[in-house]
Design a protein around this ligand. Structure first.
Ligand SMILES: Nc1ncnc2c1ncn2[C@@H]1O[C@H](COP(=O)(O)OP(=O)(O)OP(=O)(O)O)[C@@H](O)[C@H]1O
Ligand SMILES: [Mg+2]
Length: 219
């Protein structure tokens, strides 16, 4: 479902953020991505979601080679991938409902089907009662759950979550991980970047560890 093959990524200033990265994540897997700040985790996620391209080597996601996607193919490609960003990226002047509905609105779904999907996913993240709130009227953990709902609303095959439990207390961390596990149980391939080593130990999932753009461990 996600495959890197001898992948390099250098930024325009020449910095090599990924160096010869090779790994494969199969359909339905749950995998953690760990590594210190600056290791290259967000860079890897930018390639998976086709927001950036590798300098050399391959990145294949949901059967498509990222480097070969044409601009007009990007919206269709992104239907396969749900992204939870490190900084949430919620629209602050839109309600919870409107934020979560956005991927479906962009896709031109009918109002009725949008309403049904958004209500269902807000129920899953226990935020049904907050659907008319603005993001800034909510706690950090609630905003994080809205970001997860938005990433899941179009039922993507792949979910990538960049530090989805950063700055959350242990109870909220467990809640967020339970949400990701629920999506995984429904067949979504889940790839989660985290700094939380206790969490990784507890969950006993596969872990890919990177440092300075190179894979240090994959087990
Ligand atoms: N646009 C850019 N131009 C140049 N260098 C960049 C750019 N974006 C990231 N980098 C560098 O690439 C390296 C990897 O960055 P990345 O954001 O992938 O790290 P990360 O593992 O996500 O770190 P964190 O845990 O702090 O989020 C860092 O050294 C960073 O300074
Ligand atoms: Mg990052």
């Amino acid at each position: 479902m996600i495959e890197f093959h001898h992948t390099y990524k250098a930024y325009s200033n020449g910095y090599k953020a990924l160096r010869d990265v090779t790994f494969k994540i199969g359909k339905g897997e749950f995998v953690f991505l760990t590594g210190p700040s600056g290791a290259g985790k967000t860079t890897m996620f930018k390639l998976i979601s086709a927001y950036d391209r590798p300098t050399s080597g391959n990145v294949r996601v949901a059967g498509r080679e990222i480097s070969l996607l044409k601009p007009r193919e990007l919206p269709f490609f992104r239907r396969h991938v749900g992204v939870v960003y490190q900084d949430f990226r919620l629209l602050r002047n839109r309600t919870v409902f409107e934020n979560v509905a956005l991927p479906l609105v962009v896709r031109g779904e009918s109002t009725l089907s949008i309403e049904r999907r958004v209500m269902d996913v807000l129920d899953q993240v226990s935020l049904f009662s907050k659907k008319d709130c603005l993001p800034l009227e909510m706690s950090g953990g609630e905003q994080q759950r809205v970001a997860i709902a938005r990433a899941l609303v179009h039922q993507p095959e792949v979910l990538i979550a960049d530090e989805p439990t950063g700055n959350l207390d242990p109870t909220l961390t467990n809640e967020i991980i339970a949400l990701l596990e629920k999506a995984n149980a429904r067949g979504t391939t889940v790839f989660v970047a985290t700094h939380d080593h206790d969490l990784v130990k507890r969950k006993k999932a596969r872990r890919i560890d990177i440092n300075l753009g190179e894979i240090q461990l994959d087990q």
